[in-house]
Design a protein around this ligand. Structure first.
Ligand code: CTP
Ligand code: MG
Length: 230
């Protein structure tokens, strides 16, 4: 069955600052969200994308397709999880309840289609979905309330959660709805699934699949994307 992509892009980019929400900043003439979409739509099993936008978004470029595949849009919500849920609910009725859906941040433009391919393979083989992730490289310190080191955390089995994250459409929607009903803040899709006992698979992805959060991240991303281009 075809795989749909969901892109939460309803954020304001408050940590980035500036007038233009970061997903619309351009590198190599393309907004970050276009780089992200193209990497996903390039996978042959991906059939379309649903983008969640802010209700007052005036910058959406009006695409209705890219790479020959439909790009649909809906209105997102107050938290990232609300935007993802709105997008899942807005998918065409023809998308089966057990279809795989890939959720990917609009602000993560340096995604490679080979990582998408490995994620899809792992998710297809997992009952509980799968996410791209990267092993932690730094030494990790737990602090007390005065920012003094209370402990050094062993990092052997610690990973940074990246996106895309891949789950069955109905399972993910139910998990997000339950997190909302419980008043729980979930910062990624896997966390909503974990709250219901799921054990999603970690798929090691490229660690330069970074989320642009601050202006310094954008400078690094310009370097990474331009180096890919040459
Ligand atoms: N997002 C969303 N709906 C929200 C909040 C965030 O769709 N209510 C999206 C953002 O547009 C982004 C992704 O979720 O693509 C990751 O969120 P983040 O990096 O936190 O982006 P912003 O929320 O825009 O930035 P900030 O937290 O600095 O305001
Ligand atoms: Mg945010």
């Amino acid at each position: 069955a075809g795989i749909w992509v969901v892109i939460p892009a309803a954020g304001r980019g408050s940590r980035f600052g500036g007038e233009i929400p970061k997903q619309y900043l351009c590198i190599d003439g393309q907004p970050l969200i276009a780089h992200a979409l193209d990497a996903l739509l390039a996978h042959p099993r991906v059939v379309g994308a649903m983008v969640a936008l802010a209700a007052d978004d005036a910058l959406w470029p009006g695409w209705t397709e890219r790479l020959g595949k439909p790009v649909l849009r809906c209105i997102g919500g107050g938290e990232r999880a609300d935007s993802v849920l709105a997008a899942l609910d807005a998918l065409p009725a023809s998308v089966p309840a057990d279809a795989l859906v890939l959720v990917h941040d609009a602000a993560r433009p340096n995604l490679r289609t080979d990582d998408v391919a490995r994620l899809i393979e792992a998710a297809a083989a997992s009952a509980d979905g799968a996410i791209l992730a990267a092993p932690v490289r730094d030494t990790l310190k737990r602090a007390d309330a005065d920012a003094r080191i209370a402990a050094t955390e062993p990092r052997e089995r610690l990973w940074r959660a990246l996106t895309p994250q891949a789950f069955r459409r109905d399972a993910l929607a139910a998990a997000l709805r339950q997190a909302r009903a419980d008043g729980a803040l979930v910062t990624d899709e896997a966390m909503a699934m974990e709250r219901r006992g799921a054990r999603p698979k970690l798929v090691e992805g490229r660690e330069d699949n970074l989320k642009v959060t601050t202006p310094a991240d954008l400078a690094l991303m310009e370097f990474l994307l331009q180096r890919r281009g040459v």
